[in-house]
Design a protein around this ligand. Structure first.
Ligand code: 13P
Length: 256
């Protein structure tokens, strides 16, 4: 039985004071008992990581904190980058890798994604590896091939032990921030194909144990249908993670 996960990717939103307020609101609204049913992760920008961790620590709250990106070298002349040991030292336990915005806007390749995934696993942080197709690829009917190739490349060289600490997120680009959610059936088709790919790569047992999240305009109105699908184990949420009430509603839905 896979424990569900609701992760809020704040993207480039919230100054430090705003991050403190939002983290505190989420902590206040999410009863501790829900966290037995669902892992909750907030994923603020780098500068908000420490404030968020401090608020949660003060509350003795089990909500986890993740980063949106990292670099694969531990230290050195890499201006503007943040390494895995730096994140680990703060208390960060998850890190998004290969979000479509990083791939599309910042030129991140499958090879970069793979290096980051490996560095995170080596450094004791769980990667949330993203994959997902553009509208053009979907319309061309090539989305299964495309997404499973991203999974293949991003997780290349890992073994079943490594996979105990990997989360995969399927985020069709055409559904991100557009309000146009994938239907539960559309999302399930790809998440099931990802699980089949994981079975090919790492064996059936590992594939069954790996959490696969859906992301793309997930909100309180559509969460139930998506979470009812067999291969969807939770959500990676953008816009709705910035409103504590909506985020709370998504977490509550995942407890049922
Ligand atoms: P939205 O929920 O705003 O569509 O964003 C999804 C996403 O990209 C999360 O990583």
């Amino acid at each position: 039985m896979r424990k569900r996960m609701i992760a809020g990717n704040w993207k480039m939103n919230n100054t430090r004071p705003e991050a403190v307020v939002l983290t505190q609101e989420i902590a206040n609204r999410v009863p501790a008992a829900w966290l037995d049913q669902v892992d909750v992760v907030i994923i603020p920008p780098f500068i908000d990581l420490l404030p968020a961790l401090t608020v949660l620590d003060f509350d003795k709250n089990e909500i986890a904190v993740g980063a949106q990106n990292c670099y694969w070298e531990d230290h050195g002349a890499f201006t503007g980058e943040v390494s895995v040991p730096m994140l680990k030292d703060l208390g960060v336990t998850y890190c998004i890798v290969g979000h479509s915005e990083r791939r599309g806007l910042f030129g991140e390749t499958d090879e970069d994604v793979n290096k980051k995934v490996k560095a995170l696993i080596a450094g004791g942080i769980t990667p949330i590896m993203c994959c997902g197709e553009s509208l053009g690829i979907r319309d061309a009917g090539e989305y299964i091939e495309f997404v499973t190739a991203q999974v293949d490349a991003g997780l290349a060289g890992l073994d079943d032990i490594d996979m105990k600490n990997v989360v995969v997120a399927y985020e069709p680009i055409w559904a991100i921030g557009t309000g146009r959610t994938a239907t539960p059936e559309q999302a399930e088709e790809v998440c099931a194909a990802i699980r089949a790919k994981l079975a090919d790569m790492f064996g059936a047992e590992t594939a069954e144990a790996t959490r696969i999240l859906y992301g793309g305009s997930m909100k309180p109105e559509n969460v139930d249908g998506l979470l009812a699908m067999e291969d969807i184990d939770g959500g990676l949420i953008g816009g709705a993670s910035l409103k504590s009430n909506d985020f709370k509603a998504l977490i509550e839905a995942a407890t049922k």
